[in-house]
Design a protein around this ligand. Structure first.
Ligand code: SF4
Ligand code: SF4
Length: 379
């Protein structure tokens, strides 16, 4: 038995309309690596009592959890929940997410350890001690000062890897909030990690514990601004993760930074326009938060937005997926890079750090849309 709701599992009518939207099906052509194939395998184990074989585990592990199959599905199959429930069962039975991965994910909840470890790693990269096949982006040796709070209109969530590796994005978010006249507070150390990667890895208890800490770190009813699409999607799902009225109320306060800034975009006073910028929709912004329109509103205020022609197909980053499944992630990324070339190449705006780093590793020039807005405001 898997940790699944029978009714949710029954909603799939095997029509196959989701298949073209699934990155692992697109690169392999294998039914078992499609949403329909994965649901069929879940049914065999959950309803028919089949053994969860190593092949079964492989079909589940290779899912990017992009949820591109959800908006494509006419029956409303909640595939993300089915996959999370399946992975929770497999991880509880020690069939996936080995000990070293659990240890690495634990570090994300200890921000000082993460900052110190990232600095050591950045130094080792400069000394060429980190092999390229480790697939790690170039980490910053210095992060600059933490952001100072300016007031209490909103909370600005800073998170784990975003703060350790990409603090410049937070700085740009702070400057854009300043520019539209919104003040912000910063959460205490309890908000060290949103738990998204833990949920993806089937570590439900760890994800729930982190969610409780994040909620306690940002009390009250002020909106919570998030500039990482993956973190925002996870925090908007705390209501489901914890199943409490408090978690539901907290999730309702969470806003992707573009959703939050879009209604105030006429307050921006850019010094110049940036020309053409390709917009790449992170899956957890487009398929989960369904917040792709505000990105275009905000970015369009300072640049000429260029669309890709691949209907938001995943880039292969998928949280830790690019590190855990480098071959498939690379093949999926190749399709995205081809779409970028078809769109004319050049600057790519991506609202998720994982996608930005994954694409940049293959030579794409990427920036967070909010950093581009900051650039137009200040240069
Ligand atoms: S979540 Fe993404 S990778 Fe997984 S089955 Fe759905 S479309 Fe395919
Ligand atoms: S998940 Fe939805 S789109 Fe895909 S086969 Fe099932 S019913 Fe059809």
């Amino acid at each position: 038995m898997l940790n699944l709701d029978d009714d949710e599992l029954a909603t799939c009518v095997s029509c196959g309309l989701c298949l073209p939207h699934c990155p692992t099906f697109r690169v392999t052509g294998e039914e078992a690596l499609s949403p329909r194939g994965r649901i069929s395998a879940m049914r065999a184990v959950h309803l028919d009592g089949a053994e969860p074989t190593d092949d079964f585990v492989r079909f589940m592990e290779t899912c990017v959890q992009c949820r591109g199959c959800e908006p494509a599905c006419p029956s409303g199959v909640p595939f993300g929940r089915l996959m999370e429930g399946t992975r929770t069962t497999l991880a509880s039975a020690q069939r996936m997410t080995p000990r070293w991965q659990r240890l690495a994910f634990k570090v994300l909840g200890h921000h000082r350890v993460l900052l110190a470890g990232s600095t050591v790693l950045a130094g080792a990269q400069r000394l060429h001690l980190v092999p390229k096949r480790a697939g790690l982006s170039r980490l910053p040796l210095r992060r600059g000062k933490p952001i100072e709070p300016t007031g209490d209109d909103a909370w600005l969530f800073t998170g784990c890897v975003m703060d350790a590796w990409l603090r410049d994005t937070h700085r740009s978010t702070a400057k854009v909030l300043d520019a539209v006249g919104i003040t912000y507070r910063l959460p205490d150390a309890g908000a060290s990690c949103c738990g998204a990667l833990h949920t993806h890895a089937g570590l439900h208890a760890d994800a729930a514990a982190l969610a409780e800490r994040v909620m306690a770190s940002m009390p009250g009813d002020a909106p919570i601004v998030v500039d990482s699409a993956g973190c925002g999607a996870a925090m908007k799902d705390y209501g489901h993760l914890l199943a409490t009225p408090e978690a539901l109320a907290f999730s309702a306060r969470v806003k992707d930074v573009h959703e939050f800034v879009a209604p105030h975009v006429d307050r921006l006073r850019p010094k110049r326009r940036l020309g053409r910028v390709i917009v790449q929709d992170p899956c957890h912004l487009r398929h989960v938060q369904r917040a792709q329109a505000p990105v275009r509103t905000v970015l369009g205020a300072v640049a000429d937005v260029v669309e890709l022609d691949d209907e938001g197909l995943c880039c292969g980053a998928g949280g830790a997926y690019s590190a855990l499944e480098p071959e498939l992630a690379g093949q999926i990324r190749d399709r995205k890079l081809a779409a970028i070339q078809r769109a004319g190449g050049g600057m790519v705006a991506s609202a998720n750090p994982g996608c930005s780093l994954h694409l940049a590793q293959a030579g794409a020039v990427t920036m967070h849309p909010i950093e581009l807005v900051d650039r137009a405001l200040t240069q």
